[in-house]
Design a protein around this ligand. Structure first.
Ligand SMILES: [Zn+2]
Length: 299
């Protein structure tokens, strides 16, 4: 038997080969160690080792949970905010990541019955009680559009259900070609005041109103005409007294179509080609007046 040195604090194996230890009966099944001067049995040693393992497992689990939490928190911070598309907040810009998280580009182009919220907004503005057109005749179009800022913008439009699918297809093709459209808001944003929305270069369709400077109902009143990039493609008419009516008034620099400027619609323009191929005529081709922003269904 090896001697024990309790003072040097070392752990010394004192396993007895004779079956006794310091005169006491020694059970061979029990290993005996001296730890810090105290003899401990193998079972006690196992408990200490077990507690040690538990401690390390708890520490490891705690660290892993912490890392997982940080990873999740970090992930949440990076998750795209899709509220602009979920709520369809026209005028907002979105990223490709946002569109992907929302469900993809295809989901961003659609024509649906007029939602309650939109219908409420239209009352007394773009929609007025009339014998010609009602809610069931109209559709709410959701679309994305690019602008010169190279960003995707959320757009919306109300039009007649008769042309809704065609308009969605055209807007999708304009989007795919990155055709610049600055704004696509409902005219209700401008209290359905045409001059105001044109000065803001808004593109839109339905508005229950007359043709400018006439008592005749516009095709916009039935949701069968679309105006695109209105500031840069103004309406021009020579009135009976010889004066020139320009709408919007701020679009006067763009009445001269002989020079190139942003958003200009002409016969080489993609918008012109898509609308005319889909059965629309262009107001820029009219002779008694010019309406360069305007495409209306040929009936
Ligand atoms: Zn128009």
């Amino acid at each position: 038997m090896r001697s024990l040195n309790n003072e040097n604090k070392k752990i010394t194996d004192v396993r007895s080969t004779s079956g006794s230890l310091q005169g006491k009966n020694y059970d061979e099944s029990l290993a005996v160690k001296c730890i810090n001067g105290t003899f401990v049995g193998k079972k006690t040693e196992n408990i200490i080792a077990f507690k040690g393992r538990i401690k390390w497992m708890m520490v490891t689990t705690f660290v892993c949970c912490g890392l997982l939490f940080l990873a999740c928190a970090n992930n949440d911070n990076n998750a795209p905010d899709i509220s602009a598309l979920d709520l369809w907040l026209a005028g907002k810009t979105v990223t490709t990541e946002t569109v992907a998280a929302y469900g993809g580009i295809d989901k961003c182009f659609a024509a649906d019955p007029i939602p309650d919220g939109i219908w409420q907004r239209m009352q007394g503005k773009t929609f007025k009680e009339n014998p010609y057109i009602g809610r069931d005749d109209l559709r709410h179009i959701r679309a994305l559009h690019w602008d010169y800022d190279n960003q995707m913008h959320v757009g919306e439009m109300v039009c007649n259900k008769q042309i809704a699918e065609r308009v969605v297809n055209i807007l999708r093709q304009l989007f795919d070609a990155k055709y610049p459209i600055e704004r696509m808001l409902l005219p209700d944003v401008y209290d359905a005041d045409d001059e105001t929305q044109m000065r803001d270069n808004n593109s839109s369709c339905f508005c229950y109103r007359n043709i400018a400077a006439t008592n005749n109902l516009s095709k916009h009143a039935r949701g069968l005409a679309i105006d695109i990039n209105t500031l840069y493609n103004p309406y021009i008419k020579t009135l009976d007294d010889g004066t020139l009516l320009i709408q919007p008034a701020t679009g006067e620099p763009y009445c001269d179509r002989s020079w190139d400027f942003p958003y200009k619609i002409d016969h080489e323009d993609l918008c012109f080609r898509l609308f005319t191929e889909a059965g629309f005529e262009w107001g820029g081709d009219w002779t008694t007046r010019k309406d360069y922003q305007h495409f209306e269904l040929i009936e």
